[in-house]
Design a binder for this molecule. Structure first.
Ligand code: GRF
Length: 224
């Protein structure tokens, strides 16, 4: 079986695109990035696509319907099987999401369903949560909704500002997104109802407290 043909949609920096390109650089990885679409021609992330010689295009139309009308035929022409949104700052037309049903995934910098929408890291700081993180999920027409594939958790440190917390989350985004893509490409991810089942899923045997009761022992082993 060939590798899963993936398109990545970006709008800016493209560090998640870079992480996905790096993962796909291993010929044993079960997915390949065949196409990159940016909503901004000047997006710095496009340089990663160009460096990796991945065909890329900028579609700048702000109207959802005309964005979809331009993107859809190009994605089909490239025989794309899965779309990864990675810092893509446009809302997708409902018809487009439905046409690509269960074949679009997104990464969001919070533990969904908390802190949907813009500035999720700032929302977490304002709410005073002690842990936050990121989520990879299947895309539904409502923003930042859809069956959850995987999540990664980071602690909030006292005195964190938005940039520090965002950097900490970004570090785990770059691990989680390639991992979620690999699980999908291996055919191990199924949507049952509106929840995801993963074949061979193992959860970590760890729990964490924040604040810590014993700073020398950040994680308690937890077996239930
Ligand atoms: C990431 O924090 C991602 O979770 C969010 O937008 C940001 C994109 O960063 N959806 P990058 O462009 O991948 O560096």
């Amino acid at each position: 079986m060939g590798r899963l043909r993936v398109a990545v949609l970006i709008s800016g920096r493209g560090s998640n695109l870079q992480a996905l390109i790096a993962a796909c650089g291993d010929s044993a990885f079960p997915a390949e990035i065949v196409f990159v679409v940016s909503s901004r021609p000047e997006a710095p992330g496009l340089s990663f696509a160009r460096a990796a010689e991945i065909p890329c295009v900028a579609i700048t139309d702000r109207d959802r319907r005309s964005f979809a009308a331009q993107a859809d035929p190009l994605l089909r022409e490239q025989r794309v099987e899965l779309i990864c949104l990675a810092g893509f700052m446009r809302l997708l037309e409902t018809g487009f999401v439905e046409a690509w049903s269960d074949r679009i995934i997104n990464i969001h910098p919070s533990l969904l369903p908390s802190f949907r929408g813009l500035k999720a890291q700032r929302q977490a700081l304002v709410a005073g949560v002690r842990f936050t993180g990121c989520t990879v999920h299947f895309v539904r027409p409502e923003v930042d909704c859809g069956p959850i594939i995987g999540q990664a958790v980071v602690p909030v440190h006292p005195g964190d500002d938005e940039a520090q917390l965002s950097d900490r989350i970004l570090g785990v985004e770059h691990r989680l997104y390639p991992m979620a893509l690999r699980l999908i490409a291996e055919g191990r991810v199924r949507i049952v109802g509106e929840r995801v089942e993963i074949e061979g899923w193992r959860a970590p045997q760890l729990t964490a407290l924040n604040p810590q009761d014993n700073p020398g022992e950040p994680f308690a082993s937890h077996r239930s």
